[in-house]
Design a binder for this molecule. Structure first.
Ligand code: AHG
Ligand code: MN
Ligand code: MN
Length: 357
């Protein structure tokens, strides 16, 4: 029986399209896929490997770490530090830049990652994932510091995520479309199964944590209120809602069947612009979504254009089917111009004649 193209074969094929490619980048992707396979194995074993539960520690962002957050972070560091392709790394689980140990050669790339995304779902056996982004190290820098990582998402060389669900998959972009690979556990390889993923333009599905509704800004309130009114409302159709609490799983659903995902700016904690982190959650997912024909915005502009100021900076995230993202951006503009007043007024309630699209 003929087997499908492996991820290794695919990236070597891509590399051949570049006359000056040294193979270093291909080798880095190879290490990244090994890290994801190892984490897929641990996630799949769960309680059998003693992998569930809290580790008892906190990360720099004050979040309780799960045992698997710590283990996945270690796996990413150990699997990618030795190969000579990286100059330094940044992880959700580490305070500052991680320098490559002295015994290994340094390379030209920076790796930024969320080792385990959606880790609150681990103990309840719901899909989790890993997210990563590759940047170029600035020329002549031997020990990259914080400012060397503060590059806009538009500078990413590669972005990807692994999803550990009923099947484990790796979804990757090098800036020329998005491809999905499924882990064949028997032969131990990722095989291309979802070539050239494209986000459907139309959708009637949205994802947002509605328990935060009282903290949302008016444009988001307006969008969700209109969706909830369904066929008899201004949108003229019924919408469905999903919330998995794993960004990886939400983005994967959107890549496969379309939809909209929002973790918008809210007033819950005035010090935070949003919940998700720019460098290792928003930027890689924004690159993937754009490369698949969707859009990714803060509500006020493209995520990939945000100039980072901190390693663990948070941003509002609105991504998915392009027409929906553009609609919410328009609602933000209309709000700033005071054009959505009817929506904010007390006359604008479920029985009001003033409700409109
Ligand atoms: P992480 O597990 O890496 O900290 O990320 C969790 C993120 C993201 O995956 C998800 O969309 C969101 O947090 C869930 O937030 P709520 O707990 O507010 O639903
Ligand atoms: Mn995360
Ligand atoms: Mn995480």
């Amino acid at each position: 029986m003929r087997r499908g193209t492996t991820l290794t074969e695919f990236i070597i094929g891509e590399q051949r399209g570049f006359a000056h490619a040294s193979g270093g980048f291909t080798a880095l992707v190879s290490d990244l896929q090994l890290a994801c396979k190892h984490i897929a194995y641990l996630v799949g074993k769960g309680a059998l490997a003693g992998a569930l539960g809290r580790s008892g520690s906190e990360n720099v962002q004050g979040e309780q770490q799960m045992k698997l957050d710590v283990a996945a972070n270690e796996i990413f560091l150990r699997t990618t530090q030795w190969g000579g392709h990286l100059a330094a790394m940044v992880s959700e689980e580490l305070d500052g830049p991680y320098q490559i140990p002295k015994q290994y050669p340094r390379g030209r790339y920076l790796l930024v990652f969320d080792p385990l995304d959606g880790s609150s779902n681990i103990d309840v056996n719901v899909s989790v994932g890993s997210i990563f982004s590759v940047l170029r190290a600035p020329e002549g820098v031997s020990e990259p510091a914080t400012e060397d990582f503060l590059q806009p998402g538009s500078a990413q060389v590669c972005a990807g995520y692994a999803i550990y669900g009923p099947t484990s998959m790796l979804v990757l972009t090098f800036g020329r479309g998005v491809n999905g690979f499924t882990l064949d556990r028997e032969i131990g390889e990722f095989i291309i199964t979802h070539p050239d993923l494209r986000i459907p333009e139309e959708t009637s599905e949205f994802a947002i944590n509605t328990s935060n509704e009282r903290f949302w800004e008016p444009p988001v309130n307006r969008y969700v209120a209109e969706c909830l009114r369904g066929r008899s409302g201004p949108r003229g159709k019924d919408f469905n809602m999903r919330w998995i609490a794993s960004m990886v799983a939400e983005v994967h659903r959107i890549l496969v069947r379309g939809g909209l995902f929002m973790y918008p700016r809210d007033t819950k904690d005035p010090k935070r612009a949003g919940r998700l982190r720019l460098l290792y959650e928003a930027n890689p997912m924004a690159m993937i979504v754009e490369q698949a024909g969707g859009a990714a915005s803060t509500g006020r502009g493209r995520i990939l254009d945000v100039a980072p100021t901190e390693l663990h900076q948070r941003v509002p995230v609105i991504l998915g089917s392009k027409a929906e993202v553009e609609r919410i951006e328009r609602y933000h503009r209309e709000h700033e111009q005071g054009l959505d007043r009817p929506f904010a007024s007390p006359l604008f309630n479920t029985r009001s004649l003033f409700r409109g699209g």
